[in-house]
Design a protein around this ligand. Sequence first.
Ligand SMILES: Cc1cc2nc3c(=O)[nH]c(=O)nc-3n(C[C@H](O)[C@H](O)[C@H](O)COP(=O)(O)OP(=O)(O)OC[C@H]3O[C@@H](n4cnc5c(N)ncnc54)[C@H](O)[C@@H]3O)c2cc1C
Length: 323
Amino acid sequence: MVLIFADQIEGQIKKQGFEAVSYGAKIAENLGTTAEVLVLGTVDNANEALAALGKYGATKVHYASNAIFDTFDAQVYAAAIADAVAAVGANVVVFSHTTTGKAIAPRLSARLKAGLVAGAISLPDITSGFVVKKLVFSGKAFAHVGVNTPIKVISLNPNAFGVKQQEGTAEVIALDLKPMAGKITVKEVNKITGTVPLGEAELVISGGRGLKGPENWYLVEDLANEIGAATACSRAVADAHWRPHHEHVGQTGGAVAPNLYFAIGISGAIQHLAGVNRSKTIVVINKDPEAPFFKAADYGIVGDAFVVMPKIVEAVKKMKATS
Ligand SMILES: Cc1cc2nc3c(=O)[nH]c(=O)nc-3n(C[C@H](O)[C@H](O)[C@H](O)COP(=O)(O)OP(=O)(O)OC[C@H]3O[C@@H](n4cnc5c(N)ncnc54)[C@H](O)[C@@H]3O)c2cc1C
């Protein structure tokens, strides 16, 4: 059986959770088994919200609503999921390769002595063994990883498979887990509110050092506001305190996988690309035709952002007014 961990935040299942369920359901279909989901913590309108996971191919949802899971602690989660795997008898455990999945999956695989594929981008090839493709070297190469252990753990790169909907309702089953006491205490949580979380954004407008200073961020924000996009930046920009660090994307920052990544005045260093190269469409605006980002771009404009961006915003406004 394939068990998919669907992450919830503030009572809602995350979009990446729906994708992980879709992916796990396809693995289950290929293996001739069922896909079941595990949800930890309190979910709003649980019966309805969890039964709806049937739309992504789950037959059952195991729901452990203990309040201890409302505060995320990777050790507590990994121990509880290991107990759930034993209780429901799963052979394949699927996570989304989000901050949460990245923290839990290795701990779970160590507990279960299970092989782990972190950051999978394909369905397992089961024609001979169990082989999963993943990105390595910051997205510069692929590895095909064979997993030989009886239990297999996979974390799926967000947007690598997509959300697949079908007809169906899942059976919701209360799961009685006895979580271990956490070894850490969360003293304070500071939440960013009012913006689309970068990891989940479909549209991202991002700025680099080419914008010269924080006072020029209107060039990013005007377009972001027009099209309802999240804003991001390069590390150089966050290091210079032009923008907050939670906006920095790349190898040492957040990873994004939107439908559109719009890079303004960013050189496209390999460490930046590592966080954005899963975007569906990349648009680059840079005044230097030799900027490395153009090699990764689907569309590029060689030009001065201070001239080009206001024209793009104007064009978007006109298009919205006439549509
Ligand atoms: C270990 C390590 C980890 C790192 N991790 C990250 C990371 O996670 N994320 C990250 O982003 N970086 C990371 N970096 C830094 C990375 O190597 C680059 O230094 C950084 O991405 C550069 O940021 P930038 O492109 O904004 O600035 P620059 O390299 O200064 O590039 C600015 C660009 O703007 C263009 N430009 C200038 N003026 C204009 C204009 N008027 N109109 C249009 N274009 C213009 C220039 O042609 C240039 O291409 C890391 C580095 C190391 C060593």
